[in-house]
Design a binder for this molecule. Structure first.
Ligand code: PLP
Length: 401
C-alpha cells in the first residue's frame, strides 16, 4: 500500500482504542463498565444546544471566517480575561475545530524539523504524537509522585536545550487531575522568562472543572502577566460545556502567531462548524448557572468516588484538584499473579487488560500516559456505575496472590 513514513509511524489514540474494545465486549452482551473516556456524561449545556438549534433555524449554516465568527471571538475576551488576568483583542484569538486540532495546528506553526517540545509526564496521550507530526522531537520530562506529578523549575531548566521550542502545560492535568498552584507556576514562569526561544502552550481544557473551591484553576499568566507574548492559551467547549461532539476550541496568543494558525485553519479545516460556534456563544452568554450545576454534580461524584476507592485494598489514589479522573497507584498489584487465569502482572497494561477480561471493567493504563504503575479512571459516569466499578476492583484485589 502507498503509505507515507508519517502514516507508518502514526499511533492511534490509546484511550479511544480501550474505549472501542470495551464497546466490542458490550456489543457481545457483557455488562462492561467503561471508565476510559474523557467526556462528561451529562448533556450539552441547554444554553448551548438552544443557541445551536436557533443557528440552524436562522440559516447560520454557511462558511464563516476560518478563525471563527467575530461575535464569538469577542465573547471570549472577558472569558479568557477571567482565566488569565490578561486582556486579549479579537485579533489575538482564534477559534478552531476542537482544542486538540488547535494544539496540533499551533505545533505545526511553531515547530521545525528537529525542534524539541517539552512534555511533562504523565501527559495527555496526543501531545507527543502531535509534536512528531509537526516534525518535532517530543522530550518527555518525567514527573513523579514526589512532586505530585508536577513539573519543577529545576527539571524544566535541565530539559531546555538550544533546540527547545515549546513547553506544553496542562493544569488540571489529564490524566492525574492535579493542578499547579499560583506559586508553582511563578517558579516555572521564572525559568521560561530566561529562555526567549521557548513558548508555553497552556492547555486549560479542564480549568473550569475544579474541586478546590476556586472556580478557575491558577494560570501561568496570572503568575506572570509579562509572559503574554510567550504563552498561548488553549481551551474549548468540550469539557466545560459538555460539547465534545460539537468540536469547538480556541486559542489566545500573540497576534503574529495567531494569524498563521488562522491561515493553517483556512488551508485545512476551513472554519469550525458554524452551528457549534453559535452554540458556544450561547453557553458563554447564558451558561454560567448551568456550568455551576454540572460542577456541583462532578464535585459530589469526586467526593464519593474517592471515599469508595480508598476502601480498595492496596490501591492508593491522589485527591484530584480538577478534571474528572482519578489517578490510581496500582504498583502494589504489579508482580502478583491473577489466580483464576494464572497470569503474572508485569505492568499497568496487564492490570488494565485483566480488569477488562476478568471483571469487564475498562480503564486506561498509566504507561499510555508515559508513567508506569498507575491507572486512569474517569468518574464522569453515574454514581451507581462507579460504585459497581469499585466493587469489581475489590473483587479483583482478592483474586491476586
Ligand atoms: C488535556 C486535553 N487537552 C485537549 C483535549 C481536546 O479537547 P477537544 O475536544 O476540544 O479537542 C482533551 C480531550 O480529551 C484533553 O484531555
Amino acid at each position: 500500500m502507498v503509505l507515507s513514513n508519517r502514516a507508518r509511524s502514526l499511533k492511534p489514540s490509546p484511550t479511544l482504542a480501550m474505549a472501542n474494545r470495551a464497546r466490542e465486549l458490550a456489543a457481545q452482551g457483557l455488562d462492561v463498565i467503561s471508565l476510559t473516556v474523557g467526556e462528561p456524561d451529562w448533556p450539552t449545556l441547554p444554553s448551548a444546544s438552544q443557541a445551536g438549534i436557533r443557528a440552524i433555524q436562522d440559516g447560520q449554516t454557511k462558511y464563516t471566517a476560518a478563525h471563527g465568527i467575530p461575535e464569538l471571538r469577542k465573547a471570549l475576551r472577558p472569558w479568557i480575561f477571567e482565566e488569565t488576568g490578561v486582556e486579549y483583542s479579537e485579533s489575538e484569538i482564534v477559534v478552531g475545530s476542537g482544542a486538540k486540532f488547535v494544539i496540533a495546528a499551533l505545533l505545526q506553526m511553531v515547530v521545525d524539523p528537529g525542534d524539541e517540545v517539552l512534555i511533562p509526564s504523565p501527559y495527555w496521550v496526543s501531545y507527543p504524537v502531535m509534536a512528531e507530526l509537526a516534525g518535532g522531537i517530543p522530550r518527555v520530562i518525567e514527573c513523579t509522585e514526589a512532586t505530585n506529578f508536577l513539573l519543577t523549575p529545576q527539571d524544566l531548566e535541565a530539559a531546555i536545550t538550544p533546540r527547545t521550542k515549546a513547553l506544553i502545560l496542562c493544569s488540571p492535568s489529564n490524566p492525574t487531575g492535579l493542578a499547579y498552584s499560583h506559586e508553582q507556576l511563578q517558579g516555572l514562569a521564572r525559568i521560561v522568562k530566561k529562555y526567549p526561544q521557548l513558548i508555553v502552550i497552556s492547555d486549560d481544557i479542564y480549568n473550569r472543572l475544579t474541586f478546590s473551591g476556586n472556580p478557575i484553576a491558577p494560570h501561568i499568566l496570572k503568575a506572570d502577566p509579562s509572559l503574554k507574548d510567550r504563552v498561548v492559551v488553549v481551551n474549548g467547549a468540550s469539557k466545560a460545556f459538555s460539547m465534545t461532539g460539537w468540536r469547538l476550541g480556541w486559542a489566545a496568543g500573540p497576534a503574529g502567531l495567531m494569524k498563521f494558525v488562522a491561515d493553517y485553519f483556512s488551508q485545512t479545516t476551513s472554519n469550525p462548524c458554524s452551528i457549534s460556534q453559535y452554540a458556544a456563544l450561547g453557553a458563554l452568554q447564558k451558561g454560567k448557572a448551568e456550568l455551576d450545576k454540572s460542577l456541583e454534580l462532578l464535585r459530589e461524584r469526586c467526593k464519593k468516588g474517592l471515599a469508595a476507592l480508598k476502601d480498595v485494598p492496596q490501591l492508593k489514589v491522589a485527591n484530584p484538584h480538577g478534571a474528572f479522573y482519578f489517578w490510581v497507584d496500582v504498583k502494589a498489584w504489579i508482580g502478583k499473579t491473577h489466580e483464576p487465569s494464572g497470569r503474572k502482572i508485569s505492568g499497568s497494561k496487564d492490570v488494565a487488560e485483566l480488569l477488562l477480561d476478568s471483571c469487564h471493567l475498562a480503564t486506561v493504563p498509566g504507561n499510555e500516559f508515559g508513567t508506569e504503575g498507575y491507572l486512569r479512571l474517569s468518574f464522569a459516569i453515574q454514581d451507581e456505575r462507579f460504585a459497581e466499578a469499585v466493587g469489581r476492583l475489590k473483587k479483583f484485589a482478592t483474586s491476586l496472590s
